[in-house]
Ligand binder design. Sequence first.
Ligand code: ADP
Ligand code: MG
Length: 173
Amino acid sequence: MTQPIYLVGARGCGKTTVGVALAQALGCNFVDTDHYLLESTKMSVADIVAKEGWEGFRRRESGALQSVTAPGTVIATGGGMILAESNRQFMREHGVVIYLRAPAQILASRLEAFPEEGQRPTLTGRPITDEIVEVLAAREALYNQAAHHVVDATRPPAEIVEAVLTALRTARA
Ligand code: ADP
Ligand code: MG
């Protein structure tokens, strides 16, 4: 597998967890666009948003997507990467896009169990479950539009990796 693999989906769907395991299974590199941004700017997502607004963050995020795109790489994207049509098109043209799909309740329970305090400001300032339901409803169609394959991300990570590998094999057959 030399084409980059892009993992898309909401916060908590397992892009980082599954991405690391998938890269290991494929003998690929793993990169996370949020981590790339953090390292290349020396600012957290919260810092960038505070200084440059969400618009500035989205612009930098698109730049990060293009910078990390390379053969033999599994790329975990930020939850809002799919908002820009140009990002969706870029990913579809440059690699295979996998949507890790999970319902809002599961995303909420994962994020509540492991809150990464200060990692990212909430989008609405309201309770996390309400926000996840709303954000997912607004973005679900875009995740589906971006994706070549939709994978059920409610199962254990190892099973998700298997499902992605199967999808990739099907794609090449
Ligand atoms: P993302 O990168 O999409 O935001 P993460 O990989 O950071 O998601 O996962 C968010 C949280 O959910 C972590 O605490 C992780 O351990 C847990 N998690 C991820 N995938 C699964 C899974 N398939 N089943 C159960 N818990 C999971
Ligand atoms: Mg992540």
